[in-house]
Design a protein around this ligand. Sequence first.
Ligand SMILES: O=C(O)c1ccc[n+]([C@@H]2O[C@H](COP(=O)([O-])O)[C@@H](O)[C@H]2O)c1
Ligand SMILES: Cc1cc2nc[nH]c2cc1C
Length: 353
Amino acid sequence: MQAAIDQVISRITPADKEAVQRAEQRLDILTKPPGSLGRLEELAVRLAGISGTEQPAYGKRTVVVMAADHGVCSEGVSAFPQEVTVQMAYNFLGGGAGVNVLARQAGAEVKLVDIGIAGDVSHPELIARKVRYGSGNMAQGPAMSREEALQAVLAGISVAEEAVKSGTEIFITGEMGIGNTTASAAVLCALEGIPAETAVGRGTGIDDERLRHKIAVVDRALKLNAPDPGDGIDVLSKVGGLEIAGLAGLILGAADAKVPVVLDGFISGAAALVAKALAPDSVHYMIASHISGEQGHRLMLERLGLTALLDLGLRLGEGTGGVLCLHLIEAASRIMREMATFESAGVSGAESR
Ligand SMILES: O=C(O)c1ccc[n+]([C@@H]2O[C@H](COP(=O)([O-])O)[C@@H](O)[C@H]2O)c1
Ligand SMILES: Cc1cc2nc[nH]c2cc1C
């Protein structure tokens, strides 16, 4: 399994520098004062680098919602009970979750992957890739074995490969898993050497007392398991989660296919940090959609070297912020394809002063 992942990693290259240059040049001849479309221009340049063309057009958009459970829930780290994960799985499949609504509006398809839900889910639309029934309790031992972490990463890669084969041109990372902000905070601490109190937030909405307890749980898990910060798979297996591993694989698969991957919130950010640890150039293919209300996400994006496009105080997960960002991606790509140039519209350029 390691060899198959290494093969994918070896194919991931930086963004296309020439397409970046062509995009910058095109932005300067469009009918607007230079730089006046602000961050939309930066987005257009990044998309050019990813897609290898300064005038990209994106058709099929796929939100991949990886769902899994977390043994650490038994420590009382979430405001909600674990069974919500399986219940929400059916909500996604029925089209009633927040991300389903926003995806319909943005013309995106939602795919639910069972990568480690603690219960059984059966539905014709489900992508069944269960590695195990929930992770182990990281406060008492490793979350999973190294083999299970590799299997989950590989599952994410194969989901990406299959979606690209069926026409996906943009990915959005989504997830569902009660307890997964604890695992994501632990991954952030382990990879970036950050203290638990900086990385841990309120997740689904815990009070001050539970927050102090959650920080102590993450501290204990890190001390007990001593994950190796130089080894992304070790971090995943000791203090990660199955959906975090699956999303890390999805990001690697997207980067391998040179398809933009829009990151949602805190959990997607943890997966992105793992992908970066495994393949530093994968960051070139990531678009940070929004800054989550979850404490620690800002720092996470800083460590990824990415700037979020939206700041709406979202903290739902599922891919909701990522899907909202599709409207901006569509805007940036249409500007590059449809906006007139000074020459084509007969508009005078700036006077040199
Ligand atoms: O995306 C985010 O930034 C985000 C922030 C807080 C919570 N969530 C969602 O809430 C769940 C995890 O919260 P918790 O408190 O159970 O760890 C999980 O299903 C996530 O999708 C997501
Ligand atoms: C209801 C509910 C929906 C969610 N969607 C993502 N995380 C969630 C957590 C809860 C509790």
